[in-house]
Design a protein. Structure first.
Length: 98
């Protein structure tokens, strides 16, 4: 079974991302540059997805169902990536016997 390129993820904080400087391809709605979900490096960014999801919820009915579903999928994948990353960090920490 052939698969396409795997997505990469990031958790770069929003205050470190220049949303205005992102290329149009980093937005779900490229033409209008709405709903950013990827950072400048092209990684699906957890915080951009969360922010866009909140934005989508605040303007219910303004977006098509396919846009909502696509953003939900990216957010869900980013959240799972983040949870796995945190688990791995916890497992990698040395245990102190005090």
């Amino acid at each position: 079974m052939a698969t396409g390129p795997r997505a990469t993820y990031s958790a770069t904080p929003l205050d470190e991302i220049d949303v205005g400087g992102l290329s149009a391809s980093r937005f779900l709605l490229r033409e209008t540059r709405l709903l950013p979900y990827r950072d400048a490096e092209g990684h699906v960014n957890l915080h951009l997805c969360r922010q866009s999801w909140a934005q989508l919820g605040a303007s219910a009915g303004s977006y098509t169902r396919s846009v909502e579903e696509k953003l939900w999928r990216w957010l869900r994948h980013a959240e799972r990536w983040w949870a796995r990353s945190q688990q791995l960090l916890t497992l990698a920490r040395p245990v102190c016997d005090g």
